[in-house]
Design a binder for this molecule. Structure first.
Ligand code: 5GP
Length: 184
């Protein structure tokens, strides 16, 4: 049982369980299956946080899609956003004429995704929609529209299922609130 793992000792509590994640992923996949039927779907994974969500979601999609990866500068090892967005790794493929679905781990201020959406739209994508595992709407600093969100969560710093603190905890199979004593 993974709850015995040492990584769990640094959590204040588990926020979203493995079962809740797999149910939400399956529900989202069913919705995407309908929304993207007959479209030229390209799924873009935002590295590294969205990796687990991305691969689990893709396994449930019976669509002739393509995939690509993008890395964006994040918080470093802090838990607060810098507000500065920078592309660290760009897409390998052209988005021109594609129906792009950007897959992210969490939307916080919304700065990262609005920058990505604007960039891909300017490059000529036919459509750009945003899917996120977690959404913290309380923290939004713009009017970003998130098209698909699996969970709305409170304003707490979370790790697990791809999300890190100082590059750790990504391999936790659940999403948990990090004990503030770890970063204060
Ligand atoms: P935004 O640009 O929306 O403020 O930030 C999005 C990025 O901030 C996410 O991709 C993620 O890297 C990071 N982030 C925001 N909130 C959290 C959180 O609670 N936990 C972790 N691990 N990362 C977060």
């Amino acid at each position: 049982m993974q709850r015995d793992w040492v990584l769990y000792r640094d959590l204040d509590r588990v926020l979203i369980t493995k079962d809740e994640i797999s149910q939400a992923v399956a529900k989202l996949a069913a919705q995407l299956q309908k929304d993207y039927e007959g479209k030229d779907l390209m799924c873009v994974c935002i590295l590294k946080g969205a990796v687990l969500f991305f691969t689990d979601l893709l396994r449930e999609l019976d669509l002739p899609l393509t995939i690509d990866f993008m890395a964006i500068s994040s918080y470093g090892s802090s838990t607060k956003t810098s507000g500065v967005v920078r592309i660290l790794k760009d897409l390998d493929h052209d988005v021109l004429g594609k129906d792009v679905l950007v897959i992210e781990d969490i939307v916080d201020s919304g700065l990262t995704l609005s920058y990505i959406k604007q960039t891909l739209t300017q490059r000529g994508a036919k459509s750009v929609r945003l899917a996120t595992l977690l959404d913290k709407p309380e923290r939004r600093k713009n009017d970003l529209k998130v098209d698909y969100a699996c969970f709305i969560i409170p304003n707490e710093f979370v790790v697990g299922y791809g999300l890190d603190y100082a590059e750790k905890y990504r391999n936790l199979p659940e999403v948990g609130v990090l004990d503030p004593k770890i970063y204060t």
